[in-house]
Design a protein around this ligand. Structure first.
Ligand SMILES: Nc1ncnc2c1ncn2[C@@H]1O[C@H](COP(=O)(O)OP(=O)(O)OP(=O)(O)O)[C@@H](O)[C@H]1O
Ligand SMILES: [Mg+2]
Length: 272
């Protein structure tokens, strides 16, 4: 391919509002000028929950994944589309040629079957409803955009082979896409410094952690909530051959992606 592609995912708590978006866009613009290709994937967890509450719906999550019925899916799709426009606008302002697209235009997803989770040491079977995972990636769609100088900005609404829409966790979508293309690195921008062994203590952040250690941390309830799908997504990406997987803090005033490419230590690196 000859292209160096980075998949960059960010969530609604990490990058919120115009100022954050413009800061990220400026970095993306600089990287693109240096010949690097970026695929952006964004979530919108807090914004979706806020909007559900405004409409009298009760947001519910199990092990970091949103239980999704028709109403929740409708809200998620609406909120994500509106967030997506904001991201594309900020990139455009930074002279990045960007196009927003839903996950279903570049992936095939399948509904997640009911499964067993262990959260805080307790085992339960959950049916998340209209929640999916990535089964396949239309890599040509992504390569064609990148080759044309266009930065794809993907929001995590997927669809199964019958066209049924599915809500996909943004980390799951980002890692699925990273796994399906020739990707140098998956960078997840979140609202914590990285994986911590004590969530209340930023100094407990791990610089580097193996998948095996992660299993222990999940089992002990130290990794919980939104961090569970995040590390599971990272596991999938690593196992699929993504060369590096990293988690960084979007609130860090240092330039994130640029630093990483220069080898400046940031966040938590996850290794096999
Ligand atoms: N061991 C841990 N180390 C760090 N964070 C943890 C840990 N366990 C749980 N977390 C939680 O995981 C959260 C990050 O996941 P979350 O899903 O909330 O955000 P996001 O994925 O960045 O955004 P979005 O879901 O909108 O895409 C952190 O804010 C933190 O509260
Ligand atoms: Mg999340």
């Amino acid at each position: 391919m000859g292209m160096k592609i980075y998949v960059v995912k960010f969530g609604g708590n990490a990058i919120r509002g115009k100022a954050d978006l413009l800061r990220l866009s400026a970095e993306v613009a600089e990287l693109i000028r240096n010949g690097i290709k970026i695929v952006l994937v964004h979530g919108g967890g807090p914004e979706i929950s806020d909007e559900m509450e405004k409409r009298g719906l009760i947001p519910r999550k199990v092990a970091g994944l949103r239980v999704t019925d028709d109403a929740a899916l409708g809200v998620a799709e609406e909120v994500l589309l509106s967030l997506n426009r904001g991201v594309v606008d900020a990139l455009t302002e930074s002279d990045v040629v960007a196009v927003g697209l839903p996950g279903y235009l570049c992936t095939l997803c399948r509904k997640k079957e009911p499964y067993t989770v262990t959260e805080n040491g307790e085992e339960t079977t959950v049916d998340l409803g209209l929640v999916g995972e990535v089964a396949d990636v239309n890599s040509d769609t992504i390569y064609d955009l990148l080759n044309s100088g266009v930065t794809p900005v993907i929001y995590p609404i997927g669809a199964d082979e019958k066209g049924n829409r599915l809500n996909i966790n943004a980390d799951t979508m980002a890692a699925g896409i990273a796994a399906g293309i020739d990707c140098e690195e998956l960078i997840t921008i979140t609202d914590v410094p990285g994986i911590m062994t004590d969530v209340g203590d930023p100094s407990s952040k791990l610089d580097s952690v193996s998948l095996e250690t992660i299993d222990g941390l999940i089992g002990a309830g130290i990794i919980s909530g939104g961090m569970i799908p995040k590390v599971e997504a990272c596991r999938g990406a690593l196992n699929a051959g993504v060369r590096a997987v990293r988690m960084v803090n979007g609130k860090d005033p240092r330039s994130i992606i640029t630093d990483i490419m220069k080898g400046v230590p940031h966040g938590t690196i996850i290794t096999k």
